[in-house]
Design a protein around this ligand. Structure first.
Ligand code: ATP
Length: 479
């Protein structure tokens, strides 16, 4: 893994953004906890998404559905039958891998070695294998054998066959496992939206086209989970399903793709590191699909998926529940099962993208500093307030400023250590504004405000601080 990526993971732990779950017991693989700074960043991103998707679109309303759903949901959605990953074990190390990812890595190495023709041929075989239904495991296995792909960790060429592995976590409801019903932890939030189509639409007095948005946890028993919060077994999704008239879906697909791309750009992320990537293989229910990808230090990876899912989901729920999922359009006097355009973004992947994008190491007057240039509205702490010294009434004035500003933003008072150290701590936390009460404050009620990125200082009247912070935060692009 890249050094830059390692540094970001290590800063996350040291500064209390994100660390491994249950660490004192040796850690729980692929699950992570958000510390004091991480949880603020997460809440700000959630709020930003909600504000944009729900408050700024009168035709989108919110929902918070349960994680545990009726088991038939997952039969209808196709997850019990087909939510599988092809896995393969290295007999030498006993490490488990995703067969398709091993082949993708192999294709990348071939390209790096300049073997373009071979890379293209393997790629074509991979696409054919992924589309081959029941034969997929054998076909993937054949590619691994023919290309003599070795295990990345042990270097061995000693594989088991490829098997399909269902990613859903199972548990039981009721007092006894044997008698209780088997249920699943939801592997995506979307199904909670589909099954509630009528429950939400009618009281919200919405007509097609309209959308339902939801933020919540999802669970997947991922086979390979070694990339920090990029691939977790318990993660959070921010999803929106937009219900449209059949035939209108591709226009709406384009609209939502563009809107979602603007949202990512408005997070302050480097636009050159974002791209739209069309799917090579469409799911059987989709008639269009793209990913929004970000160039992480570990390569271009998906952050959000946008899919035109046709009427597959509502039709299947109608079939499995026996409930009518049609919509009657009162304007055109016609009945239909709506088509769906879905936008589904991982909250944790968005956080990882923001950390990677914001992370900088630089030299300032011979000193090294690490800084997170986060968008001010997303930064865990919007402003820090320092008394220059712990005397002459400066702490009292600084606390008064803290008490006033904390009604509007998350702020922090800090009087410990040299000014240089206090600035460095706040740079690492991504705090955009540092306010210092000094000798001049005692004379004219002004303070210095230091900008995190340029490190320039402005002299600002205490009464104007809130306005100053608002104006300078708004200078960043927003959607
Ligand atoms: P991938 O191909 O990377 O496994 P996916 O195509 O299965 O992702 P979707 O089912 O489209 O992902 O889920 C939508 C979003 O949920 C993804 O774009 C991603 O941001 C997030 N997501 C999916 N799986 C995980 C995971 N295991 N850990 C963290 N986020 C995830």
């Amino acid at each position: 893994m890249s050094t830059l990526f390692d540094n970001i993971v290590s800063l996350s732990k040291q500064r209390g953004f994100i660390f491994q779950s249950s660490e004192i017991y040796g850690g729980q693989a692929a699950t992570y906890d958000y510390g004091p700074l991480g949880v603020e960043l997460k809440r700000n991103v959630q709020a930003h998404w909600w504000n944009y998707m729900v408050y700024q679109h009168a035709d989108v309303v919110g929902l918070d559905a349960a994680i545990m759903m009726h088991p038939k949901t997952w039969e209808a959605s196709g997850h019990t039958e087909a939510f599988n990953d092809p896995l393969i074990d290295d007999k030498a190390s006993r490490y488990r891998y995703r067969a398709d990812e091993l082949i993708e890595d192999h294709i990348r190495s071939l390209m790096q070695e300049g073997k373009q023709d071979q890379a293209t041929a393997v790629h074509e075989r991979l696409v054919a294998a992924l589309n081959s239904g029941d034969e997929m495991p054998e076909q993937l296995y054949a590619i691994i054998m023919d290309e003599e792909i070795r295990a990345p960790d042990s270097g061995a060429f000693d594989w088991t066959e490829v098997r399909q592995f269902n990613l859903m976590f199972e548990t039981h409801v009721g007092p006894l496992a044997e008698t209780g019903d088997r249920i699943y932890l939801r592997p995506e939030t979307a199904q909670g939206i589909f099954v509630n189509f009528h429950n939400v639409r009618e009281p919200a007095r919405q007509h097609v086209p309209f959308g339902i948005a939801q933020i919540g946890k999802a669970f997947r028993n991922e086979i390979v989970a070694r990339q920090f919060v990029f691939r977790m077994r318990e993660f959070e999704q921010m999803e929106m399903q937009y219900f449209v008239k059949p035939g209108d879906q591709l226009d709406w697909f384009d609209t939502w793709r563009d809107r979602r791309m603007s949202w990512h750009q408005a997070l302050g992320v480097n636009a050159n590191k974002l791209r739209i990537h069309a799917h090579e293989q469409l799911s059987h229910y989709a008639d269009a699909a793209v990913d929004i990808q970000y160039e992480f230090p570990i390569g271009w990876k998906e952050v959000e998926g946008i899919h035109s899912r046709t009427d597959y989901d509502l039709k299947r729920h109608q079939e499995y529940s026996g409930k009518n999922m049609t919509y009657f359009d009162p304007f055109e006097q016609e009945k239909f099962i709506p088509y769906v355009v879905e936008t589904s973004v991982g909250l944790d992947r968005t956080i990882l993208m923001l950390l990677c994008d914001a992370y900088r190491e630089e030299e300032v007057n011979g000193d090294e500093r690490t800084v997170l240039s986060l968008h001010p509205e997303l930064a865990p702490i919007r402003a820090a307030i320092f008394p220059l010294v712990k005397k002459e009434g400066m702490p009292g004035i600084a606390h008064n400023i803290e008490n006033e500003l904390k009604r509007h933003f998350n702020v922090m008072y800090d009087e410990r250590g040299s000014m240089g150290k206090r600035y460095r701590r706040m740079d690492e936390a991504g705090t955009p504004f540092c306010i210092t009460v000094d000798g001049q404050t005692l004379e004219d009620d002004t303070v210095t405000v230091r900008d995190r990125d340029s490190m320039k200082q402005d002299r600002v009247a205490i009464t104007q601080l809130r306005r100053y912070i608002d104006d300078h935060s708004a200078a960043w692009e927003t959607v």
